[in-house]
Design a protein around this ligand. Structure first.
Ligand code: DGJ
Length: 554
């Protein structure tokens, strides 16, 4: 009797456990989804905005992490981008050590931070510095590229079959390990495959193995994604089709195919979103892009060859620009060139000098998956003049104040971005007014204004508000209804005027609430702006401010 009831109890317990399992949604892997050219990075089943920071290159060791977490926390970031080096996980061929990865993932959870892992393998800033010693000094087994003049280049060849096999083996081992330790928690949300690939000074590999491939017809998928220049053959060898661009395009295809092989194998064991980052070339926005002239790394995912990456590397979700050009016109052009219907925008790296902080508004406003200034890390290393001179809180602060307002609203913002409701702008180096066209409304933006009155009221027309000596204004706007907006910005004047169905109609503010989003993403109103605070547009101070604005017409 007793035995029977125990059996019954055990069976019903088993059923209860099974039912509970069925009720618990299975953990959804991070993935990138797209709709009508708008994208979202889904994390735990909902759009997620990467408010990121990248650690310094050599902070990928447990002892260096405290200074990384401290900076990330001060920055109000939600994601750390940090390297995992091939040399550290496979110092001896076939022997893997994931001690650092384990510590990193565990500490990330303790600090409530997500991780984007940067795979520093065959190529880091084009060179093999992060490959294990057994790779980087064995030219026979792991060949370097050969330049046109027959000289051996510094860069490992994308035609090195043993190099590809070895890199892939290590990467797959890493992905297997991440799956093992993180599949149930999803602390790691994305992986960058290699780092700033390409080759400086040499257009492509000229060794026999590469020459043979160069004489072959261009693959049909490349032709479909990267149309031949005007007047050239529609098919044929690389030279026949692409003429002066052939060397760069061929090298791009070779590197992209190599990366594809690695990414595909990694995703087969653990299917996280994967991307590549780019050391930029000068952007040519409304003019033809000239052929490579040793002026950038040939073979990297520069804006002009994103099509080749799409063709050769379908397991790479996007190519992202590493923005170290401080000039506002170049930043705008670069963002425009990388944001394509087939390429979600995400800025995996950006300078950490104060002048870059305003671009966070522009990037997030444009609907990017996220952004990460480089060197958000209190390691005593400054990469000035690329970034900030400071290595303490003074470096973090300009970004921290922007992230602070976005942090509680990051989920709802990412959802708006996915719905195509968001717009963004940053003050230009010329300090000139700008117009942002939205649905039925234009936002007129101006900079260096006093909060009260118009410029013509001033005795000295060249008098400017204090603290506006350097461009630092920016705004991100979400149009959450036909006449309703959420504005997040600093050091900017915003005026709204009707267009389309509202054109020519007299309009005024119906309501301008200042407030914030709480930890649950709920709007908390603090006060209503009216009178002087709205008579001269919406004048956002140096402290980032969030407004919920409704317009009315009569
Ligand atoms: C871009 C690279 O991707 C980073 O790893 C780093 O080297 C920066 N440049 C410069 O600090």
């Amino acid at each position: 009797m007793k035995t029977v009831s125990f059996r019954l109890l055990a069976a019903s317990l088993l059923l209860a456990v099974q039912a509970a399992h069925a009720a618990t949604p299975s953990p959804e892997l991070p993935r990138i989804v797209g709709k009508d050219g708008h994208y979202a990075l889904m994390v735990d089943g909902a759009p997620f905005l990467v408010l990121g920071g990248q650690a310094q290159n050599s902070s990928n060791y447990p002892a260096a992490l405290p200074k990384v977490w401290a900076a990330l926390k001060d920055a109000h970031a939600n994601t750390l981008e940090i390297p995992v080096a091939w040399e550290q996980i496979e110092p001896k061929e076939g022997t893997f050590d994931f001690g650092y990865v384990d510590k990193l993932v565990q500490e990330a959870r303790e600090h409530k931070m997500r991780l984007v892992l940067l795979w520093f393998g065959t190529w880091k800033n084009t060179g093999p510095a992060y490959a294990p010693e057994w790779v980087k000094f064995d030219n026979k087994r792991f060949p370097r590229m050969i330049a046109k003049d027959g000289k051996t280049s510094y860069c490992l060849s994308p035609f090195g079959t043993a190099t590809l096999a070895a890199d892939k083996k290590a990467f797959v081992a890493l992905m297997e390990h991440i799956r093992k330790i993180d599949a149930d928690k999803r602390t790691v949300i994305m992986v960058q495959v290699e780092n700033e690939v390409g080759t400086y000074g040499v257009a492509r590999d000229y060794a026999a193995r590469a020459q043979a491939a160069f004489g072959q017809p261009v693959p049909a998928s490349v032709l479909a994604h990267q149309p031949p220049p005007k007047g050239r053959a529609k098919q044929g060898t690389w030279s026949e089709v692409y003429g002066d661009y052939a060397d760069q395009y061929f090298h791009t295809w070779a590197i992209a195919s190599y990366i594809e092989d690695i990414a595909k194998a990694g995703r087969a064991v653990y299917d996280l979103p994967m991307y590549v980052n780019n050391a930029l070339r000068e952007p040519h926005l409304n003019e033809a892009t000239p052929p490579w002239k040793a002026d950038f790394a040939s073979g990297g995912p520069t804006y002009d060859v994103i099509g080749i990456y799409k063709a050769a590397a379908p397991h790479i979700d996007f190519a992202g620009p590493d923005i170290y050009m401080p000039e506002s016109n170049k930043v705008s052009a670069t963002l425009q060139l990388f944001q394509r219907p087939d390429n979600p925008l995400m800025v995996p790296e950006m300078g950490n000098a104060a002048g870059y902080a305003r671009y966070v508004y522009q990037i997030i406003g444009k609907g990017a998956l996220g952004v990460a200034p480089f060197g958000i890390d209190y390691a005593m290393y400054s990469n000035y003049p690329l970034g900030s001179k400071f290595t303490d809180h003074r470096m973090v602060e300009p970004f921290a104040k922007v992230y602070d307002v976005f942090a509680p609203m990051q989920r709802v913002w990412a959802k708006w971005a996915y719905e195509g409701r968001t717009y963004g702008a940053a003050e230009g180096d010329d300090r000139k007014p700008q117009t942002v066209a939205m649905n039925g409304w234009d936002a007129q933006l101006s900079f260096r204004e006093f909060q009260f009155g118009e410029r013509e009221y001033l005795k000295d027309k060249n008098e400017y508000a204090e603290g506006t000596e350097h461009p630092s204004g920016g705004v991100a706007i979400a149009q959450i209804g036909p006449d309703e907006f959420v504005l997040v910005g600093q050091q900017i004047r915003v005026k709204l005027s009707g267009t389309g169905p509202n054109a020519g109609k007299p309009a005024m503010f119906a309501r301008v609430e200042e407030g914030h989003f709480d930890a649950d993403g709920k709007w908390i109103m603090e006060r209503n702006w009216n009178g002087d605070q709205t008579d001269y547009g919406l004048n956002l101070p140096a402290t980032p401010t969030v407004l919920k604005v409704r317009m009315g017409t009569y």
